[in-house]
Design a protein around this ligand. Structure first.
Ligand SMILES: Cc1cc2nc3c(=O)[nH]c(=O)nc-3n(C[C@H](O)[C@H](O)[C@H](O)COP(=O)(O)OP(=O)(O)OC[C@H]3O[C@@H](n4cnc5c(N)ncnc54)[C@H](O)[C@@H]3O)c2cc1C
Length: 403
């Protein structure tokens, strides 16, 4: 008989990835003891409660990536979930606009990716795009994604947390994983000996994984996402408006999001952060992390891999409200800088870098063995992907667990 110190599955991290893994495990193994430990006082305090809340459609990613299929399926699954559970869902779609001749090639590439991935995406003329969103500005053509939608990520996290608790999953908050010692998991609230351990630790996933001899060639590099909100009487867009992204890096460029509650915001940025939970000021300052991260950033700056120098220069300027509005102003007509005064809560992207190749990992990454499994690169759009991604993770665990 298992006691509460020896769950069948112990999950580190109550973000959307840890929560949906628990959801999937409970569905498959209703009689097994599943426990989540979370260092914060409630689930979803980090990326899962601080993101744009966009259910992406799945047209940014190449067909050989996990992101492509999981995003398409996750978009559908979360829209269904929100409708079934009466959660706020804004099915407002998305326009991807071009700013010049060169960006038309980018639109064509996204359309090609959508077609291969079976995602509904329409090429529109500039006039047709303006019918959908009168404020949008585009050069000749634009792409229309009818399935992109927005949710309230905190509401989604709360809903799934409640379902887990009702199903008997133990969620221990204020409980931090500290170290692994001979299959004994040491936490701030005592030791556990799980049948199997799953690491969904977000910004700390790589560090936790190294305790289990994984993540040897990877480190998490944090990037800060800032948001700037329109005043209530200011700009109100009907749909999300995005630029053509630089497909060499995993970020989508500054854009306009229409939230689940119909507010318009600019962002998020992807500003290199200096420590993992470097949200504002000196909060959660960590010298060891600072030295490590600045070292990696300096190397990337010199090598200029994936255009990092330009990315860093451009992103650092976005700490200025004026600059951020000016950049976003290339996507819509007649933006009034006075409408955008209020910063939202920033989020931090836990982006994995391969320390050997010095490239950012573009797709989800995980590693594991018979005792533990580590989700290493649950970057955007992992919120959208989380339901089918967790199904895939549990399939993977079942393949390796009993080897
Ligand atoms: C600014 C921003 C905008 C984004 N926009 C979108 C979007 O529009 N659509 C989309 O699909 N995705 C988006 N994403 C991505 C999405 O939010 C993430 O991919 C997703 O939330 C990752 O979930 P997670 O569970 O892996 O991480 P997290 O939510 O960070 O959860 C990890 C958890 O692990 C806990 N933890 C860490 N260390 C320990 C420890 N030692 N002991 C115990 N617990 C620990 C943390 O406290 C945290 O709660 C965005 C991300 C950001 C930052």
């Amino acid at each position: 008989m298992l006691n509460n110190k020896s769950p069948d599955f112990l999950i580190i991290g109550a973000g959307i990835v840890g929560l949906t893994i628990a959801f999937e495990l409970k569905k498959r193994f209703p009689d097994q003891k599943i426990m989540i430990i979370e260092k914060e006082s409630r689930p979803g305090v980090h990326a899962s409660g601080r993101n744009s809340g966009v259910l992406h459609a799945g047209f940014y990613y190449t067909a050989d990536s996990l992101k492509a299929k999981l995003c398409r399926d996750g978009n559908f699954a979360w829209r269904e979930y929100c409708l079934e559970n009466d959660l706020t869902l804004n099915q407002c779609g998305k326009l991807v606009v071009a700013r010049n001749e060169e960006e038309l090639n980018g639109l064509d590439e996204l359309e090609r990716r959508a077609r291969i991935n079976n995602v509904n995406l329409e090429m529109l003329s500039a006039a047709e795009a303006t019918e959908i969103e009168p404020h949008a500005f585009t050069y000749e053509r634009a792409l229309w994604s009818p399935t992109t939608a927005t949710v309230n990520p905190k509401q989604v996290v709360e809903s799934i947390t409640k379902k887990l608790i009702d199903a008997g999953v133990a969620i221990l908050t204020d409980t931090a994983y500290i170290e692994n010692s001979e299959n004994n998991v040491i936490t701030s609230k005592g030791n556990f000996s799980p049948g199997y351990l799953i690491n969904a630790g977000g910004l700390y996933a790589d560090k936790i994984a190294r305790d289990f001899a994984f993540s040897k060639n990877y480190k998490i590099l944090p990037f800060k996402g800032l948001y700037l909100y329109a005043n209530d009487s200011g700009l109100k867009l009907k749909t999300n408006v995005y630029p053509v992204p630089d497909l060499r890096n995993p970020f989508l460029g500054v854009h306009f999001t229409v939230t689940a509650e119909n507010k318009t915001k600019i962002g998020p940025t992807a500003i290199p952060a200096f420590w993992r939970e470097n949200y504002t000021g000196w909060e959660k300052f960590n010298l060891e992390e600072l030295v490590d991260i600045v070292g990696i950033d300096a190397g990337l700056f010199l090598s200029n891999n994936f255009g990092f120098r330009n990315l860093a220069f451009q992103e650092m300027q976005k700490y200025s409200k004026k600059k951020l509005v000016q950049l976003a102003g290339t996507l819509v007509k007649n933006i009034n800088p006075g409408d955008f005064k209020k910063w939202g809560h920033p989020g931090l992207r836990a982006q994995l870098i391969n320390t050997k190749t010095k490239q950012l990992e573009m797709d989800f990454k995980f590693e594991g063995d018979t005792k533990s499994f580590h989700v290493l690169n649950a970057v955007s759009p992992a919120f959208t992907c989380s339901l089918p991604f967790s199904r895939l993770i549990v399939d993977e665990i079942m393949k390796i667990k009993n080897k």
